[in-house]
Every structure is written in C-alpha cells, then in structure tokens.
Design a protein around this ligand. Sequence first.
Ligand code: XUL
Length: 529
Amino acid sequence: MGRYLGIDASTQSLTAMVIDTDDEAIVADASVNFDAHFGSRYGVSNGVLDMGGGVVHSAPLMWVEALDLLLSRLRDEGVELGAIRAVAGSGQQHGTVYLGDSAPAALASLSGDQPLVGQLERILARPTAPVWMDTSTSEQCRQIEAAVGGRQRLLELTGNTAFERFSGPQIRKFYQTEPEAYARTRHICLVSSFMASLFAGKVVSVDPGDGSGTNLMDIRQRAWSPAALAATAPDLQARLAPIIPATQAAGPVSPYYVQRYGFAADCLVVPFSGDNPCSLIGLGLVRPGQVALSLGTSDTLFACMDAPRYSAAGEGALFASPDDVHYMALICFLNGSLAREAVRQRFGMSWAEFGAALAATPPGNGGALMLPYFAPEIVPHVARAGVARRNLAEDDGPANVRAVVEAQALSSRLHSRWMGVEVASLSVTGGASANAPILQVYADVHGCPVHRFATTDAAALGAALRAWHAERAARGQPLAWAAAVEPFTRPVADSTIQPRSQHAALYSRLLQEYAEFERRHLDSQARET
Ligand code: XUL
C-alpha cells in the first residue's frame, strides 16, 4: 500500500492530505483553521497579526500547536499513519522564522509524551514571523537592489526584483530594527523549512522552489547567492542552511511521530516547498508549455518553463520548480471574478445567462473592446481603477459580457509572452471554470485545448505527490514526474474544449489591437500622474 502525506501550511489553516498511489485516490484529508482554534490565544485574524503600518506577522508556535491538532485528528479518524511512507509539505511562501541557539537540541530530543509546543516554546529568537502579506519593507527592497548593483542585476541573479513580501527584505528589516535579536538568531527558516524541521527533528534546508521566493537565491545555480546575501544582512550565510534539492529526502521522521502517532520509523521527510511551487506539481504542470489558470477573485496563471526567464516589466514572479529541473511563472491578474461579477451584476444576469450571452455574441465582438480595470490591476500595472471601452456601448449587456472575457483572455496571452512558452494546453480551475463558453474564449485566444480541472487543494496534493516521487527515488525505483502526476491530475471527463482554427487569425489581429488600446490607456494614466 503506497500512502503519502502532503501538508499544506497556508496563511489561514494547516491541511493534511493522504494519497494512496495504488488506488490512485485521495484517501484522507483534514484541516485546522487558525482563527477557529487559536484566534483568541494568539490574537490572529485570518491567520495573521496585523500590526499596522503594513506589518503583518504570524505566530510560529501556533503552527506548531496546529500540527499536533491536525495529526491527532487524522489518528482519531482512524487514518493509519503507520502506512505513510513519506511526508512532504507546502508552506505559504516568503515568510521567515527565526530560531535561536537552543533549536537544534530541542528538535533533536522531542519526546512523544508531551505535545510539541511545550518542548519548542523556547526555540524562537523572534516570537513572530513576518509573512507574505507584510508590505512594510519598501526601503529594504530598494537598498538590496542598490547593493547588488541595481534592480536589473537582482532580477538577472535571482529571477525577481525585490518585492516587499519576499524574505530577503524581511530579514534585512529585522537586522536593521532588532540587531540584537538578529545577532541571537542561529537559523532562519522559511515557513516551509520550519514545518519540515518539525517533522524531521532537525533543521531542514530550504528547497529551490521556496528559495526562489527570497530574493537571495541564484536562480540558475539553485544555491544562495553570495552577492544577494551580502546585500541583505551580515553573516547571513551562517544562518541559512545550504539549499538542498527538493527531490531528495531529508531523513526519517523524528521518533516523536513514531511514539505519539504511530508513524513508521522509516517514514521519510521530503523537503517542504512553497505553496505555489507545490501547486505547480499538484496541477500536473511538469512539462514546459503546460499552463494552468485559476479563475478566482483574482485570476492566477501558473506555467512550467524550461528556462529561468523573467519579466523585465515585473509581470509576474519566477520560481524554481520543485521537480529540480524546470522553472515556474506565476502571474496574478487582480481583476478576475471581480470584473466578471461586476459585469454580471450590472446587467442582472445569472451565471447561466452570462454564459448564454457569451455564446450568442460573435468572436471579436464586432470590434468592441474593454480594459476591465474595475479595481487597480497588478498585471499590467494599473494604479487607478477605471474601465475603458472602445466601440462598446455601456448599456449593451451581451457585448459587455464578451468584452470582459475576451479582455481577460487576451491580457493573459499578452502578459505571459515573457515566459517564452508555447502554450500547449491550458488547465482551468476555480469557480468560473464550470462555464464552458468562458473556456471556449480562452481556447480560441490561446489557440490550444482547454481542460477543466477540479482541485480542492493543489498545494497539498502537490506536496503528497512530491513525497511519493522522492520516496521512490530513495528506494532506487525512480518515477518519472509525468507518471507521478498523471493519475491525480486528469481533467474533468469530457471537459476538453478545442480551439476553433477559423478564429485564429481574428484573435491574432485582436491581440495587436488590444495591446495598442492598453498601451495608450497606460500612457495616458502615466501622463496624468
Ligand atoms: C506568492 C505569494 C502568495 C503566498 C501565499 O508570491 O505571495 O501566493 O505564497 O500563499
């Protein structure tokens, strides 16, 4: 029986998923919501502590407590934890956890008689951990970019310009504002490597997937970059264990899990990675050209790339894939369902009527175009909300429906060009993916088949699949990535929508027109500021 555990340490909850690779099925899952269980004790709301002024932290000891609660739930539900051969995990990206001198010994001597929290409450050199929602590090971002030789240099070196939410700027701010606590810090973990360390009973290194979200990793070498480390804080190298391959097990679980929960002594711990890199695997994107689009409040595009290409215009983030070979692009379009919903509500339509309006209007919309900035946009960067229309009457419901969806599909093609990826297939997830006419527009605009993909937690699934892949390699029976992901990432049956080749030329032309319309709009906004 091949059973593997994936843990997803996200912002608001800690989730476990157990897969059975013989049955090709998810056989158990459980989740602990931080607010519900620990909100009053740790003072968190939506899993975080909003300290004002853009400072947003969370509480590592809360995650420690949540881990015991999660595992006891699985055990009490009768999940046979002894059958699990390996565990891997996914963590919210970018957050940093600061451990003091006592951490290695405390982790190594965990006793199964007591819960984790009492045994680990003194290991932190800083009680709270800044997370990805922290926006208070703009100054540090500019300083790091300047110190490595400029924005472009940091981009070439690490794959990303300095982002407020990334780990390097967080570390620099800690060093600048709390130099004594920084001096007392022995190890800096990411959320992912901290959770892996709890399982392994020793400090587990960061993997390249999450390492690439730090502004500290040389994206080509998949190793810490001495120049980026030096630009961030003194003696940082000594506080970061070397980056390790994501596909190599870090060792067996700590005896704690054997004694307390009945794990097998030889159950392996595989390095945890970031939630987005794990989702790449959980969405089945292991070949260059495979792209997924999650249609949520915002639309997020994930792509597997063969080389570390980056967007000079800041149109997305570049991470290493935890398959240890490829790279991933992550692009967030803020006006996703937000914009579709605004149009639907404006014309009082149900989603079925929205789909019908789309199906009843012609591809290309008779030349009508919309720039759907119902809220400020991330990609392309639009600072102020404002919808622009061309040849489009504001009160024409069906034409506005087509215009918003075509704009989103065209924008996703236009602003993913930097990936240099020939999009071979598009897997669409999220609420709006149930709407076939929306998928038809994406198929026609991208000129590739679009599949509907049902997923509950791609990050936890990706983690479980990574556990399987690494355990097979450790046993000398390596498994190709495509074979590992295939049984768990099949598209919804009969959901594939083919592009209609008769519209290819129309959409190539429309793409140019849309790009021009957008460029003029952005230029005029820039002139106004
Ligand atoms: C990605 C990012 C978020 C976090 C939280 O860069 O900041 O997606 O990973 O989930």
